[in-house]
Design a protein around this ligand. Structure first.
Ligand SMILES: *Cc1c(COP(=O)(O)O)cnc(C)c1O
Length: 431
């Protein structure tokens, strides 16, 4: 796999280098120079094979010689040791539950794969690696968990103080060992900005080997393509026209789906389902990309005003909004609409969605109102992670999974910092 920088001012690199670096030297994001197509025969028999087998085929095609097949197979088997159920909601709408990993969000897919891939790449190295990760809620715990106890790797999580749910915060701040949580007095965009500046800071990079585990790291995107193939394999018999709705924040998840489509996955259209943070929705409508300040919503892991993966989407479509519109439909929904959807699906179908999945559901429902086809929406978080809001809306209890209960019992441990890069740098150098 050869990767280029979206800023086009630095050299092409190998997968190993891209994974270790996170961001390119010129501040751009890494994208594959070539996206391979999978043969028709693969799609003809895709439903007969397991998630793991199909994932290995996809990974092999994308990654190529950079990781030998037996090592790749071990990475995939180790990373995806949990269920991925697809549950029907109506005749035309199903939900793909991506929250059965250890931290109960879909971020486990990217983080667990990345942790194993990175360990594979550095297994003979001497230098300690420090992973910086900005999180709006779920990334931090998934990354922390994925890397917990991994020799030679330190993880530093930056999260916006007071802007994550209690259970998210407990999952971020109670891991210990090689995982440290920094509580930043600012927004997620501040955290993301501080991490970005750190990667470009010459002095810091001389002192330590920094890498990123945010969705800007290509190692997070690769495994997120796998479940799109899986979703397709489960519904392909139902219709020729299949739609997948993705609840979007930083747009890493959607970008992975678009890469899957580019590899030949027969998805008619993707739906970029957003909350009030409607920067990309507006771009698709008006053709103008205008980042905004983050708006706080009940689907807080999607509260991103300037989504970092948008540049990758632009690259996939040669910066042509018309071409992007052929593959993506965008919608935004308010918190009230989201709550209404949670209530409706609970009442009519006895299914409990979390606020993020509910936004995905709304996008799919809106599209299927005017079009014949079947659709899958991605449920990205277990509803118990947002029990406060979900229980209020459905007027009943959400069952707490054992894994989450364990986290809630532990004591929070965080280091509070101002939303200033200088303070952050000082902390990194002193520790
Ligand atoms: C991160 C996250 C999202 C948004 O995913 P992106 O890849 O950033 O678009 C949606 N739902 C949940 C629960 C998340 O944690």
């Amino acid at each position: 796999m050869i990767l280029y920088s979206t800023n086009k001012k630095s050299e092409e690199v190998s997968l190993k280098q891209a994974v270790l670096q996170g961001l390119a030297d010129d501040g751009g994001l890494f994208m594959p120079t070539e996206i391979p197509s999978l043969p028709k025969a693969f799609f003809d028999t895709i439903e007969k094979k397991s998630f793991l087998d199909n994932a290995l085929t996809v990974a092999n095609a994308l990654i190529g010689k950079d990781v030998p097949e037996d090592a790749l197979s071990d990475i995939i088997k180790g990373a995806f040791s949990f269920d991925i159920p697809l549950a029907p909601i109506t005749d035309t709408i199903s939900v793909l539950e991506l929250f059965h990993g250890p931290t109960l969000s879909f971020k486990d897919f990217g983080a667990r794969f990345m942790a194993r891939l990175l360990s594979y790449f550095v297994k003979d190295g001497k230098q300690k690696i420090t992973i910086l990760v900005a999180t709006s809620g779920d990334t931090g715990s998934a990354v922390g968990n994925g890397f917990l106890g991994v020799e030679g790797i330190d993880v530093i999580i930056l999260y916006p103080s007071g802007k994550v749910s209690e259970s998210q915060e407990k999952q971020l701040t109670t891991l210990g060992q090689n995982v440290t949580a920094l509580e930043i007095k600012g927004t997620f965009d501040d955290c993301q900005r501080m991490v970005k500046i750190a990667f470009n800071d010459k002095e810091l990079n001389k002192k330590m080997k920094l890498t990123s585990a945010n969705s800007i790291n290509i190692a997070r995107l690769i495994p997120q393509t796998f479940y799109y193939f899986y979703a397709y394999s489960k519904v392909k018999s139902k219709s020729k026209d299949i739609y997948i709705s993705v609840p979007c924040g930083n747009f890493g998840n959607l970008t992975a789906g678009l890469i899957a489509k580019r590899m030949g996955l027969p998805i008619k259209k993707f739906i970029a389902s957003c909350n009030a943070n409607d920067t990309v929705t507006n771009y698709l409508l008006k053709g103008i990309f205008k980042p905004k300040d983050t708006v706080k919503t009940i689907s807080n892991a999607m509260d991103v005003g300037n989504p970092s993966n948008f540049i990758r989407m632009l690259e996939l479509y040669d910066h042509d909004v018309e071409r992007m519109r052929e593959d993506i439909k965008g919608y935004s929904f308010s918190d009230d609409e989201t709550k209404q959807a949670i209530k409706e699906i609970f009442r009519n179908h006895d299914y409990i969605m979390d606020p993020h999945g509910a936004v995905g559901y709304l996008g799919l429902k809106q599209l299927l109102n005017s079009i014949n086809g079947v659709g899958v929406f991605l449920e990205t978080s277990h509803p118990a992670k947002f029990a406060g809001i979900v229980e209020e809306v459905i007027g009943g209890k959400v069952e707490m999974p054992e894994a989450l209960e364990q986290f809630l019992k532990r004591d929070k441990k965080s280091i509070v910092l101002e939303a200033s890069f200088e303070k952050f740098k000082e902390y990194l150098i002193k520790r």
